[in-house]
Design a protein around this ligand. Structure first.
Ligand code: ADP
Length: 154
C-alpha cells in the first residue's frame, strides 16, 4: 500500500458511516426550565451539551458548559434565570441528520468550533412551517469512539 491508497481506505470508511449509526440519546431541557435545572441535568446525565426543546421535542437552542459557567460569573439568581436567556438559539444552532455522513458532521463540529450537534428530523408544524425534532446527539466522543474502532481494524 502507498500512503495515499491507505488513506483512501480510511476516507471511504468515514464517508460511508452515517450519523444514525454512531449517535447517542439526546439530553434535553424544556425551554421553560431554569439555569439551575440545566446545571443539575448536566451533572446527572454526565454530558457537556444540553439541547433546549419546546413541546414536541422541537429544537429551540443549545446550552454548553461554558454558557452555564458564564452565568455563574454574573450576579444572577440561577433558580429564576430561564435557560432561554443564556442558550444559543435557533436559527444559529448547527445541526445534523441521521442520513448525513459522520465525516460531514465532524467537519461542522470543527468549522463551527462546537462540541456537539443535535441530530434532528424535519417535522411539519400546524402553521405550515417546519420544525426540527431532536432525535439524537452527536458529540466529539461519538467521533472519537468511531476513530478508535477504525484503529482496531473494525
Ligand atoms: P463549551 O462552551 O463547553 O466550550 P462548545 O464549544 O460546544 O462548548 O460551545 C461554545 C458555544 O457554542 C456556546 O455558547 C454554545 O451555546 C454554542 N454551541 C454549542 N453547540 C452548538 C451548536 N451545535 N450550534 C451552535 N452553537 C453551539
Amino acid at each position: 500500500h502507498s500512503g495515499k491508497s491507505r488513506y483512501r481506505v480510511v476516507a471511504e470508511k468515514l464517508n460511508s458511516v452515517l450519523v444514525d449509526s454512531v449517535k447517542s440519546v439526546p439530553i434535553v431541557v424544556n425551554e421553560k426550565s431554569f439555569v439551575y435545572d440545566a446545571v443539575v441535568t448536566m451533572f446527572i446525565e454526565d454530558v457537556g451539551t444540553l439541547f433546549v426543546v419546546r413541546e414536541g421535542g422541537l429544537l429551540e437552542g443549545v446550552l454548553s458548559r461554558k454558557d452555564l459557567l458564564k452565568t455563574t460569573l454574573g450576579s444572577h439568581d440561577i433558580h429564576n434565570l430561564p435557560v432561554k436567556v443564556v442558550m444559543t438559539r435557533m436559527p444559529n444552532v448547527v445541526h445534523t441528520t441521521p442520513e448525513e455522513t459522520v465525516w460531514l458532521a465532524a467537519k461542522k463540529i470543527i468549522e463551527h468550533e462546537v462540541d456537539a450537534l443535535p441530530v434532528v428530523r424535519k417535522v411539519p408544524l400546524e402553521d405550515g412551517s417546519e420544525g426540527l425534532e431532536v432525535i439524537g446527539r452527536l458529540s466529539k466522543t461519538n467521533i472519537t469512539r468511531l476513530f478508535v474502532e477504525l484503529g482496531e481494524g473494525y
